[in-house]
Design a binder for this molecule. Structure first.
Ligand SMILES: [Zn+2]
Length: 200
């Protein structure tokens, strides 16, 4: 591993951004932020905020962890909802989620910190045999949806007052980069709004 090369990769990447943005760009949000979405999504490198919304700067307050969970980052999610008062809480699961796969395969041997964050995934997810590929893949898809619904339900129980007052909507969605919903690659498919599932 050539560390200098990796450092240059980072610096070059920022150079690109730096060249295209001047002080004017930051002026509106230098001292405060006003996002309208609190996003809870997976840390997975294949899921990024700008795939969900172009130019997410000052628009998405992003909370990322393995398995797009509220419980493992509850303070951060509360910060977005209660302090920044975003009118939207968007929970995004995604194709091929490694956290859900680990849950299905068993994760006894992983270190205790990782185990702690996998332990809070919903127990109602199915654990199928990874040797039966077709079954495993379809259970994986279903479990990702189960997890999204679980997180939405948890959010509804936490923030029900804001939801009842119409000040917050909780949206569950699946970032589909494998075209599992037959709606195209890279589509954000909304699967749950305030607990209402099976959306068209
Ligand atoms: Zn994931």
């Amino acid at each position: 591993m050539d560390q200098q090369k990796l450092i240059n990769l980072i610096l070059d990447g920022n150079e690109e951004f730096f060249k295209n943005h001047d002080g004017e760009y930051f002026k509106d949000h230098e001292t405060c932020q006003s996002p309208f979405i609190t996003l809870v999504t997976c840390s997975d490198s294949r899921v990024q905020t700008d795939e969900i919304l172009p130019d997410p700067v000052n628009r998405i307050f992003s909370v990322e962890n393995i398995g797009n969970q509220i419980k493992t980052a509850e303070g951060s999610v509360d910060f977005g909802v209660y302090i920044l008062k975003t009118p939207v809480l968007l929970i995004v699961g995604h194709s091929d989620c490694g956290a859900v796969k680990a849950f299905m395969k068993g994760y006894e041997t992983v270190n205790r910190n990782i185990k702690k964050e996998l332990n809070t995934l919903p127990l109602s997810m199915k654990c199928s045999d990874k040797h039966d590929d077709g079954k495993f893949e379809s259970d994986l898809h279903d479990n990702i949806l189960v997890n999204i619904d679980f997180q939405v339900d948890y959010a509804i129980s936490k923030y029900k007052e804001l939801i009842n007052k119409g000040e917050l909507v909780v949206i569950g969605a699946f970032f589909d980069f494998r075209n599992e919903f037959q709606k195209g690659y890279g589509r954000l498919v909304i699967t749950n709004i305030n607990g209402k599932t099976q959306l068209a």
